[in-house]
Write a protein that binds this ligand. Sequence first.
Ligand code: MG
Length: 399
Amino acid sequence: MGTLRITGVETCLTAPNTQRLIVVRVHTSEPGLVGLGCATYTQRHLAVKAALDHHIGPYVIGRDPNDIEDLWQGMMVNGYWRNGPVLNNAISGIDMALWDIKGKLANMPCYQLWGGKCRPGARVYRHAGGREAAEVIDSVRRIMETGCRHVRVQLGGYVGAGVQARPKNAPEGVYFDDKEKLRRLPSLLEAIRNELGDEVELIHDVHERLAPIDAVWLARAVEPYRLFFLEDLLAPEDIAWFAQVRSVCSTALAMGELFNHPHEYVPCVTNRWIDFIRVHLSQIGGVTPALKLAHLCGPFGVRTAWHGPADVSPVGMVAGLHLDVSCHNYGIQEWGVRTADEHEMFPGLPALEGAYVYPTDKPGWGLEFDEKVAAKFPCDDSNPTWTVSRLPDGTLWRP
Ligand code: MG
């Protein structure tokens, strides 16, 4: 056998469950040896596909798929400017596929390549929500009945309608009242604790929709309810405010799904501003940087909680799962229950079993991808609307 080569890169767009997913297949000169990666930036799917088809794919074709680190560094600097969300996701698609190939070459699941298992499976948290406290409590109770004891609680979806009047000629957007969370979240948590007691671990996602000083106030106000963590309290541009949050309370903090660049996550870790790092794996460039980040976090007492809702493809979820079981400083995994269509499209995708998800012992990710099923779920190419949120006076808010 001659030197192994990458012979092709295929970018597949599919939307089996409302979210557009980007799945990358890397083909090699060895017949049947194919790797799967996740490049899902669901809001800019066509830009990621173009980056893969016209730039990143041609860069790696003809190279040896064994050289993951060198290929990752090359994909990052080949275009000179680097670390944007489109490029990082495109790189991730190749990077995860190369790790899948590496596992298949070694005849090992990827977690074995990284030191083996620290735990049999990944404990997960799930999402509960409602318009009023009573609905949220019912939703938490239903999740607890499945055996899961870590629950994210949200009131009124992303945002609250609020009580403030709109201005004349209010521009289009999703309006929210930034003070509503301050008014309602502490009493929601109190109601949950009164009703369900202390034996449930609670999470709340702020979705970066607070002014920094309000974020400091909120973290302190919810301290008595002992959250498992408070998620994405500040926008990436405001991370230095975590020092103020730390100085006034011991509420556990998780941060990172919007991060692209090491300059965003490294200070959060090395200043011990946060307790959980929850980047979107494909958004930082895949498994290669995630392994480095997880290892950086360990000595600083920061645990991993990779982003895992429906806008991560099953390939990305399984890549995170292999990190979860092999990294000692694992914290928890967000796991949106995947649909029957997704299970049909990705044979080998593990299902949630109570509070846990378990990787298979098949080589690589242990996943297949059925493109005939994927073709049944074409993507629509519309722009998202939920991302354009506005304060009551019409000002556009940057999450
Ligand atoms: Mg979040």
